[in-house]
Design a protein. Structure first.
Length: 101
């Protein structure tokens, strides 16, 4: 990468995405991309599923994928689904009851 160019040259987001996920930064996208991309001059570089929390604290799964055309990489993200909240409940004595059963 050239010293005078940013890591991400363009970070295009819809108005709806920007309103719902305002804390997603270009540096986060860069880190996600670096986590799954293969070193290749052209063609598909890889994809992964990520989870992003919205302004209401609800988690959403997205798939992001990258494609290379010589010295440029296009990375796109697509919403998949809401991620169900995981809740841990401590029930006193339950472990002992299950162990004895």
């Amino acid at each position: 990468m050239r010293q005078d160019k940013p890591q991400i040259e363009y970070f295009v987001r819809s108005k709806a995405f920007l309103a719902q996920f305002p804390n997603v930064s270009d540096s986060q996208v860069w880190a996600w991309k670096c986590g799954y991309c293969r070193s290749k001059a052209t063609g598909p570089l890889g994809s992964t599923e990520i989870t992003i929390e919205d302004v209401n604290g609800v988690s959403h799964a997205f798939v992001i994928e990258s494609f290379s055309v010589k010295h440029h990489v296009l990375t796109m993200g697509r919403w998949l689904r809401r991620v169900p909240a995981a809740v841990s409940v401590d029930v006193p004595g339950l472990a002992e009851q299950l162990a004895g059963a």
